[in-house]
Design a protein around this ligand. Structure first.
Ligand code: GLU
Length: 286
């Protein structure tokens, strides 16, 4: 295990994903600027070490909803309303990120993707080229799903999966999912006091994948353990290690890249048969 952790020190291209609930104050739903500031500083510091960094961030819908003062979560929100929130919130979210990245002399760019960015050959080719060019320029791409045109039921829908797709698209070395949990447990620790924490997963067994299906997501985002395990499956299949760690201290990013034993590490196992465009095309049809 120590060797797996040690190898994280050499990771050169890193995709970091942070979810909506990690970016907000739990009590008010407003953005947690102090946390955002530390997150951005950590990412800029990775760039300063010569690493390539991508940030996959949620929060568009949550921020948009706040901006128009709708704080109550209603389950019957029509998709169009969420898309309108996303249109408002994505711009606000980027404005906040741009401001903080600029404070650290870092240029950031926005990339909004849909399922078709991967499924369509020309779109995928273009997206890959854009990422490659941004890396050459030393710019940090900030990615979200293009919620204003994507319909959740038929699109990617959650940013855990999106981040794994992005990691695959850019040939990342490591995918880091920052979430409101410490990592993977043998059961839901909120309901089962005997749930055991797992430090490293060397093989994503069917049993583990089934276990994930029983968990639910948080209030703000869409990702529960199921989507995190789906992300691990994609990342692992294309040869990318993945870590799930708690976002309560975003300095965990540097600790993990220092080889510290934080979060659950999923060790990659390449699946030669894995075909990303085909996988994405068949998502939600399974
Ligand atoms: N793309 C959505 C947003 O930015 C969130 C998706 C997710 O929570 O995973 O609001």
């Amino acid at each position: 295990m120590t060797d797996f952790r040690e190898s994280l020190k050499d990771k050169k291209r890193i995709v970091v994903k942070i979810g909506s609930s990690s970016l907000q104050h739990a009590q008010t739903g407003n953005l947690d600027y102090a946390k955002l500031d530390i997150l951005v500083r950590e990412l800029c510091d990775l760039r300063n070490q010569g690493k390539d960094v991508v940030l996959v961030t949620s929060g568009a819908i949550a921020v948009g909803k706040k901006a128009v003062q709708l704080s109550d979560k209603t389950d019957d929100n029509p998709i169009a309303v969420k898309q309108a929130y996303a249109a408002i919130g994505q711009a606000r979210l980027m404005m906040t990120y741009q401001k903080i990245f600029a404070e650290y002399n870092q240029v950031a760019a926005q990339i909004l993707m849909t399922k078709y960015t991967i499924v369509d050959n020309l779109n995928r080719f273009n997206a890959r080229n854009t990422f490659a060019e941004l890396f050459k320029l030393g710019v940090i791409p900030i990615v979200n799903e293009n919620d204003t045109v994507a319909t959740h039921e038929i699109e990617i829908g959650d940013n855990d999966t999106l981040s794994a797709i992005v990691a695959s698209l850019v040939d990342a070395d490591l995918l880091l999912l920052l979430s409101d949990i410490d990592g993977l447990y043998t059961d839901d620790p909120h309901n089962n006091p005997d749930a055991r924490y797992i430090e490293v997963v060397e093989e994503l067994t069917q049993e583990l994948m089934e276990m994930g299906k029983k968990t639910t997501g948080s209030d703000s985002g869409t990702g529960g353990m199921n989507t995190k395990l789906q992300a691990a499956k994609i990342a692992s299949s294309v040869g990318i290690d993945m870590v799930i760690a708690n976002s309560n201290d975003v300095r965990n990013i540097r600790r993990i890249l220092d080889g510290k034993n934080i979060g659950t590490l999923f060790v990659a196992n390449v699946d030669e048969q894995f075909d990303l465009p085909l996988y994405v095309q068949q998502m939600h049809v399974r």
